[in-house]
Design a protein around this ligand. Structure first.
Ligand SMILES: *Cc1c(COP(=O)(O)O)cnc(C)c1O
Length: 376
């Protein structure tokens, strides 16, 4: 039995919505993008949502809008996808990596204070696998040092911790609707914020720095537009929004199914000697974006190959960013710099986790994990 690493859950509702969008006038940012933004901010209970082309562009726009650039440092985690730290580099600023918690892989808030320098301007935590970082603690530190907070919530549309959701204790939170994310349009992103001035700035910045978007320029009588600040071409467009809008109806159902699968994995795999699982903190609603197991680092790549030989799709989320070639060459990072992230990066394997998985597929994955993680 083959089990793919990921299969999306888009079905007839999304196809119908897309066909309807194609029959309209605005393929670019128009009424559907607006409707998506309203729907998303309502879901997150935040004041504003801004649709972007991707999460990477969302992160970049937030950093730029907060005035971060050359000479500045942004604290972030090495246990993430490269998009997080690349967005910092794209502004001209430098990522200041801080090691992660061994139990969860999330940015270790207790190490942040010691890393802050007089060039540090912001903290960029990542809610890894869908589990929120300790935002109360991060917020306290940021307040004490006058730092901004931008959350990488690419994994964490549905997450809650201690009653806190993304964007509630930060300047802004950024989301991804990339092909494998919990909500997907193939590509897509959004920023959530409770700061209306920042929201207004981001709307201008995502669209060339001009003061009217296409829908405003052409829907009514022609009006001259002006360019009022430096901007970029990073807007969401209606084809993305058309695919995203119907998915709100199933967020809870899909989350519940991923939670069921995660619980089944956890119950079956926790007792295994060769497998360690990330902890879930108390008072946490896990968005259950990824289910990762941590295995013997000396056998990880062999185990990956054995999964694939058994036709089980697997992935690695992630090898520590600072040890990737570009980061080593550019900044001189080396093994030992962030040992906890390195250890997780050397041990981690992500298992298939998506609503369309059948119970038989879940059991098949478990059976293969049991077989391939036993030392030979
Ligand atoms: C997917 C992902 C991103 C990038 O999202 P895009 O929408 O592809 O730009 C950023 N950070 C994390 C943690 C991700 O998993």
């Amino acid at each position: 039995m083959k089990v793919e690493f990921y299969r999306h859950h888009l079905d007839q509702k999304e196809i119908d919505s897309l066909v309807e969008a194609l029959g309209g006038i605005f393929l670019t940012a128009g009424p559907l993008t607006r409707r998506f933004e309203q729907r998303f901010s309502k879901y997150l209970e935040c004041r504003a949502a801004i649709g972007t082309y991707s999460c990477t562009s969302a992160l970049f726009l937030c950093l730029k809008a907060l005035g971060i650039g050359a000479g500045d440092q942004v604290i972030t985690t090495p246990m993430t996808f490269v998009a997080t730290s690349n967005a910092i580099l794209e502004t001209g600023a430098t990522p200041l990596f801080v090691d992660v918690e061994a139990a969860t892989g999330n940015l270790d808030a207790s190490r942040i204070e010691a890393a802050i320098t007089d060039r540090t301007r912001a903290i960029l935590p990542v809610h890894l696998y869908g589990q929120m970082c300790d935002m109360r603690c991060i917020r306290e530190i940021a307040k004490g040092h006058g730092l901004h907070i931008i959350e990488d919530a690419a994994h964490c549309v549905e997450g809650v911790r201690d009653g806190i959701r993304p964007a509630q204790l930060s300047d802004a939170a950024c989301f991804s609707f990339y092909a494998t994310k919990n909500l997907t349009a193939g590509e897509g992103g959004a920023i959530a914020t409770n700061d209306p001035e920042l929201a207004a700035e981001l709307k201008i910045m995502r669209s060339h720095g001009i003061d009217r978007e296409a829908a405003d320029r052409y829907a009514r009588k022609y009006q001259h537009w002006d360019m009022v600040r430096m901007g970029y071409k990073m807007n969401m467009f209606d084809i993305q929004a058309a695919l995203l809008l119907p998915q709100f109806a199933n967020i809870e159902r899909n989350l519940e199914r991923r939670r069921q699968i995660s619980q089944r994995y956890r119950a079956a795999l926790e007792p295994l000697a060769g497998v360690k699982l990330p902890e879930v903190r108390p008072n946490t609603v896990q968005a259950c974006h990824l289910f990762t197991i941590w295995v013997d680092p000396d056998r990880r790549d062999e185990i990956l190959a054995r999964f694939q030989a058994e036709q089980i799709g697997v992935a690695v989320n992630y090898r520590a960013v600072h040890l990737l070639s570009y980061y080593r060459q550019q900044f001189g990072f080396k093994p030992g710099d962030f040992p906890v992230a390195e250890e997780i990066g050397a041990r981690t394997i992500s298992l298939p986790l998506y609503p369309k998985m059948t119970d038989a597929q879940v059991e098949r994955v478990i059976e293969v994990v049991k077989r391939v993680t036993v030392a030979s």
